[in-house]
Design a binder for this molecule. Structure first.
Ligand SMILES: C[S@@+](CC[C@H](N)C(=O)[O-])C[C@H]1O[C@@H](n2cnc3c(N)ncnc32)[C@H](O)[C@@H]1O
Length: 440
């Protein structure tokens, strides 16, 4: 008996939803790095694909406005497909875009910025080519460690999963971090009990390596002794433990003072403090910020962190330079304040810039303002900036969507968005950092 078309359609949908393979053509790579295709009028997200790929994929769970799929086979590769350089790529969730040819990859990162601006009605803004950073340059990374029976695994979470993929090499992190992978797995084995897990954050700082174990039960005396011995054997600068990412870190072995150096100034770094992900990324950001600020003498650095921009700005040969660094986190503010104390030209203020942004009046004493908020952006501060008379505003962001929203507020307040520079600090991930310069 012939089935009516609607019935056939329903059956196909049921078969697809149960994971039966479908043939798809990938149109483009979406914002999270997955290829986008259409099937039965629905958007399909297929990881590890590029535009022009023809693929066989299994449809899975609903995702946002469409459905997630698993790539089964590339039947015909698109023009931008390249061989991924890392053997863990595809399983390890650390990288999303190693299968994209270099030129297309840089263009995709730039397009993330242009499209976010276009969605905010700022399609005319000039977006520079993506500034690239090299492989093996990431100076901080967080690994997941777990113990099941006598077996310990240290690695990154697998793609779309809580399972940990053992990582025996990584092309993204600095060699000093790479060298620690095997010893860290042994450390996890020495201190974790069956069924326990921990996140292990590693940062390469001035003075040594900073290690923070997060999420495992509080170490007892025996575990503390093993941790201290590990720090000694591997010349770790400081090794701390904390119950959760929100809890204060408790140093178990503090062998040396650890610093970050900005504009020649050494700033003490507390365990887990925010630092730009790589020295190369930081240098590119500082260069773009300095270019935007130009010869402005009185500068406010909002969401200043440890002073990544404050100290390089203060050390420019500009007469009567004065930098006012505003930061919400108590410990970052204290570190920046301590490093700035006694230095002409740097003042520090602790302030919640979401709840209590600098008012348009307060802003009027500055020639330039830098803002570098967390991913949520600087909504309230942008409203005040939009109503101010500050001639130059430089925005730094790791989230093109919230940057575009805040840029819209500034443009509506009379600023011209002169130029946006995308910076690829998070190599082979779908993230992009940027610096935007506004003038009035
Ligand atoms: C992306 S980081 C940038 C830090 C610094 N500019 C840098 O480049 O290293 C964002 C900073 O904003 C701070 N922050 C987060 N929420 C804040 C708030 N409500 N008020 C003030 N600062 C805040 C964080 O503590 C962090 O230092």
């Amino acid at each position: 008996m012939a089935r009516r078309p609607q019935q056939r359609h329903r059956r196909r949908r049921a078969a697809s939803a149960s994971g039966a393979p479908v043939l798809l053509e990938i149109r483009e790579i979406g914002a999270r790095g997955d290829g986008l295709a259409e099937h039965d009028g629905r958007r399909v997200y297929v990881p590890l694909t590029v535009a022009g790929d023809r693929v066989r994929a299994a449809l899975g769970e609903p995702r946002g406005d469409g459905v997630a799929a698993t790539l089964l086979e590339v039947t015909e590769p698109g023009p931008d497909r390249a061989a991924p350089p890392c053997r863990h790529f595809g399983t390890c969730g650390g990288c999303a875009l190693q299968h994209v040819g270099d030129q297309a990859y840089g263009a995709w990162k730039r397009a993330q910025v242009s499209s976010a601006l276009a969605r905010a009605g700022l399609a005319g803004a000039e977006v520079a080519p993506t500034v690239r950073t090299p492989a093996a340059s990431r100076r901080r990374a967080t690994f997941a460690a777990t113990r099941r029976g006598s077996r310990c695994v240290l690695g990154f979470n697998e793609r779309s999963s809580h399972r940990i993929s053992a990582v025996t090499g990584c092309l993204v992190v600095e060699p000093a971090i790479l060298e620690l992978l095997a010893p860290l797995e042994a450390l996890a084995c020495a201190i974790l009990q069956d069924g326990e897990s921990a996140d292990i954050s590693v940062a390469v700082l001035d003075g040594g390596i900073d290690l923070v174990l997060t999420g495992c039960p509080e170490p007892g005396l025996d575990a503390r002794e093993r941790m201290a011995a590990f720090a000694e054997t591997h010349d770790i600068g400081r090794l701390s433990w904390r119950r959760s990412a929100a809890a204060p870190a408790e140093p178990v072995a503090a062998r040396r003072a650890l610093h970050a150096r900005f504009g020649g100034v050494a700033v003490p770094v507390e365990p887990g403090a925010f630092l730009q992900a790589s020295a190369a990324g930081e240098a590119a950001l500082v260069e773009a910020v300095l270019a935007g600020v130009g010869a402005a003498a009185r500068v406010a650095d909002l969401f200043a962190g440890l002073g990544t921009f404050s100290f390089p700005i203060a050390s420019r040969p500009v007469p009567e330079t004065a930098v006012h660094a505003v930061e919400g986190d108590a410990s970052a503010h204290a570190a920046l304040g301590a490093a700035g104390r006694g230095r002409a030209g740097v003042t520090a203020e602790r302030r919640d810039l979401f709840a209590d942004p600098l008012s348009a009046d307060e802003l009027s004493r500055f020639d330039a303002v830098i803002f570098d908020p967390p991913r949520a952006g600087a909504r309230a501060q942008s409203v005040q900036l939009a109503g101010s008379a500050v001639p130059t505003v430089v925005g730094v962001s790791c989230n093109p969507a919230t940057f575009a929203r805040d840029a819209r507020t500034l443009v509506d307040g009379g600023y011209r968005l002169e130029r946006v520079t995308p910076i690829d600090q998070f190599l082979w991930s779908s993230h992009v950092e940027l610096v935007g310069v506004f003038r009035r």
